[in-house]
Design a binder for this molecule. Structure first.
Ligand SMILES: Nc1nc2c(ncn2[C@@H]2O[C@H](COP(=O)(O)OP(=O)(O)O)[C@@H](O)[C@H]2O)c(=O)[nH]1
Ligand SMILES: [Mg+2]
Length: 154
């Protein structure tokens, strides 16, 4: 989950198809499935790609209720998208009550070095020390840390 344009679809596309599309197409909501074999056992994971606009709070709530693990994505060139991550995390905690819910915070577009406006160190401290969640910077474009994001969630 995360604001529109931060690269949620791009991260999933990189993970599932190892490709990158420079164009932004609006996602409504798409469900992807992938089969894995873990220690000889077949498991199917479902990856829900959400729209960034969340114009319907009820729809957002449903995504949260249905999810077992969450990647909250912002873009390192967009501080407002980090604020959206904070709000989403609050909502996840609210909906999931006290249940343990894996959350990974992802600072995507780390390749956009000239345009960076969010410091990785600040977010690291907040996410790993205050929130006790995992934090990674990634680039769907350069294929950096994309596997790691999904590995954390599994
Ligand atoms: N430079 C750069 N651009 C990216 C990256 N990930 C996504 N984008 C671009 O950002 C735009 C929005 O990506 P998209 O995946 O559609 O965002 P979504 O709305 O969160 O699903 C597209 O033009 C992507 O090509 C990245 O890691 N680096
Ligand atoms: Mg999308």
């Amino acid at each position: 989950m995360g604001a529109a344009g931060v690269g949620k679809t791009a991260l999933i596309k990189r993970f599932l198809q190892d490709s990158f599309d420079p164009k932004h197409r609006r996602t409504v909501e798409e469900l992807h499935s992938k089969e894995y074999e873990v220690a000889g056992v077949k498991v199917t994971i479902n990856i829900m790609d959400t729209s960034g606009s969340y114009s319907f709070p009820a729809m957002r709530k449903l995504s949260i209720q249905n999810g077992d693990a969450f990647a909250l994505v912002y873009s390192v060139d967009d501080p407002e998208s980090l604020e959206a991550v904070k709000r989403l995390r609050e909502e996840i905690l609210e909906v999931k009550e006290d249940k343990f819910t894996p959350i990974v915070v992802v600072g995507n577009k780390k390749d956009r070095m000239q345009e960076r406006r969010v410091s990785a160190d600040d977010v690291l401290v907040k996410v790993e020390l205050d929130w006790n969640n995992c934090f990674l910077e990634a680039s769907a474009k350069e294929n950096e840390n994309v596997m790691e994001v999904f590995k954390e969630l599994l």
